[in-house]
Design a protein around this ligand. Structure first.
Ligand SMILES: CC(=O)N[C@H]1[C@@H](OP(=O)(O)O)O[C@H](CO)[C@@H](O)[C@@H]1O
Ligand SMILES: [Mg+2]
Length: 499
């Protein structure tokens, strides 16, 4: 934000809030407690604060604010968060007053803040620091305070497990004769919060879905050799899970807001084509679109646009961008390649309830399985299971819908990653001078190739993505592009590392 440029940016509110080693976060947490209280007063609604570093190592932690409808806060409030996190102690009061004035906040307004944490050991004291921030502000104002403290996951309060379970049972009743093999699903809980949720749900679904839980947190370390990120980036199965041929397996990440099914990343394709079929069968003329980021495999984009005739949009990385773009359509399906996502629908789509044709009924129950707030691995898992059940599809048939182009992701360390400016949903760079031209000429040397670079919003690195007709070609292109980044954008240390 322009008005904050003078602040030296020690930490910035990135793609998923603040994230770093847990030892450096006490003051940030306290200040996010202050800011959440102000946001709640401003909106006259409950604001969530989630203490988590998701898929990052157990030693890290982080914090993100969750706005009134479950979405990320607006760019202006992200700017305030960055401002507060970087202000020296003596300037804190002035910085707070600045937010209060700019937003014309009435301090007499009651505040309601809901704090959640993941299973990291540091989350205990860091979430307490958030609460301290909330209390500190409230003791200096006349406002009353209601404070929720949720020890598990934020979706507990907005989306009840029972509703998910009963919608799944309804969908299942359309296809009751599933074999035991078809009902079996191996779930990697990443030793995190998703494992606790699966444990809770397992007993209710015995008849419809046989869940076997691995990495349940009883012994292993959070995200270590397991979880969605490990599986996606390393292209390996999680520790402790022995898969036999054709078995379905999925992994949550550390805070269970995303899911990966093996060996495919085509969740959006599976769901959008299924919903499109149901809409046609039910005779409903609703617009359905898939929102992707530049990381979506080129083959999936082509399949959706050319074969399925589904509208495809591309946005910047991070669910907040995808979510907003999806909301412009009657039904918006969005999943990042790494498993973050959901399906949103316009409120007007609730008229589905009035049509009791079979297809519409199925559609209604399917839609009830969807948690429209940003990111819920358990709801996503049940939605995918429902679609596979109804379509009688094996995981192999799903994988065969289209073939991913071979791809590679690398990261490059540079002195200041903000020198990389991007445009066109991060698919092209506008600075530093000469970088895009260099990427273009490298891409031209490969077949069916595409490559882009962007500064990460969660790590101090530049990310490089490349895809091409063969794995060798994708690897070579990613390497060549990362060398160009290193040379033109001020690389430091090691040249490039696998993501
Ligand atoms: C390439 C990639 O996987 N990027 C991830 C990662 O963002 P970066 O801005 O790339 O660091 O973390 C985000 C938050 O978890 C997630 O939404 C996003 O998809
Ligand atoms: Mg996560």
């Amino acid at each position: 934000m322009a008005q904050f440029e003078e602040v030296s940016q020690k930490s910035a509110y990135g793609t998923a809030g603040f994230r770093t080693n847990s030892k450096q976060l006490d003051h940030v947490m306290f200040r996010m407690g202050l800011l959440a209280t102000l946001r709640s007063k401003k909106t006259k609604a409950t604001i969530g604060v989630m203490v988590t570093a998701s898929h990052n190592p157990e030693e890290d932690n982080g914090v993100k604010l969750v706005d009134t409808m479950g979405e990320m806060v607006t760019p202006a409030w992200e700017g305030y968060a960055t401002q507060l996190a970087n202000t020296e102690q003596e300037g804190l009061l002035t910085a707070l007053k600045d937010v209060i004035d700019r937003e014309a906040i009435s301090m007499a307004q009651e505040a309601s803040v809901f704090v959640s944490k993941d299973t990291r050991p540091s989350s205990e004291s860091l979430s307490q620091a958030v609460l301290d921030g909330v209390h500190a502000l409230e003791s200096h104002s006349k406002g009353a305070l209601t404070l929720g403290f949720n020890y598990t996951l934020i979706f507990d309060c907005w989306f009840e497990l029972q509703k998910l379970v009963s919608s799944y049972k309804q969908v299942y009743s359309f296809v009751p004769n599933r074999t035991d093999d078809q009902k079996a699903l191996l779930v990697d809980g990443a030793n995190g919060i998703g494992a606790l949720k699966v444990c809770e749900m397992e007993t209710y679904l015995k008849k419809e879905l046989q869940l076997s839980l691995f990495n349940d947190g009883s012994s292993g370390k959070l995200n270590h050799l397991c979880g969605a990120d490990y599986v996606k980036v390393q292209q390996k199965g999680p520790i402790g899970v022995e898969m036999s041929a054709g078995e379905r397996c999925c992994s949550c990440d550390g805070d269970a807001d995303r899911i990966v099914y093996y060996y495919c990343d085509s969740i959006a394709t599976l769901i959008s084509t299924y919903l499109k079929e149901l809409l046609t069968q039910a005779g409903l003329d609703l617009q359905i679109a898939v929102v992707q980021t530049a990381y979506a495999n080129g083959s999936s984009t082509r399949y959706l646009e050319d074969t399925m005739k589904v509208i495809v949009r591309c946005t910047e990385t991070g669910v907040k961008h995808l979510h907003h773009a999806a909301q412009e359509f009657d039904i918006g399906v969005y999943f990042e390649a790494n498993g973050h996502g959901t399906v949103s629908r316009k409120p007007t789509c609730t008229y589905l309830h009035t049509n009791l044709e079979n297809a519409a009924l199925l559609l209604q129950n399917t839609v009830n399985l969807i948690n429209q707030t940003v990111g819920d691995a358990i709801s996503d898992m049940l939605l995918i299971e429902a679609v596979l059940t109804i379509r009688g599809m094996t995981v192999k048939q799903w994988d065969a819908i289209y073939t991913d182009l071979p791809n590679r992701q690398l990261k490059v360390k540079v002195a200041d990653r903000s020198v990389i400016g991007t445009t066109n949903a991060e698919r092209r760079t506008v600075s530093p001078a000469g970088l895009q031209e260099a990427i273009d000429s490298l891409v031209n040397k490969h077949r069916q190739a595409r490559s882009f670079v962007r500064p990460s919003g969660t790590e101090d690195v530049v990310r490089v993505y490349a895809e091409a007709d063969t794995q060798e070609s994708a690897d070579a292109l990613a390497h060549e592009v990362s060398l160009a980044v290193y040379r033109i954008a001020g690389g430091v240390g090691e040249e490039a590392k696998p993501l």
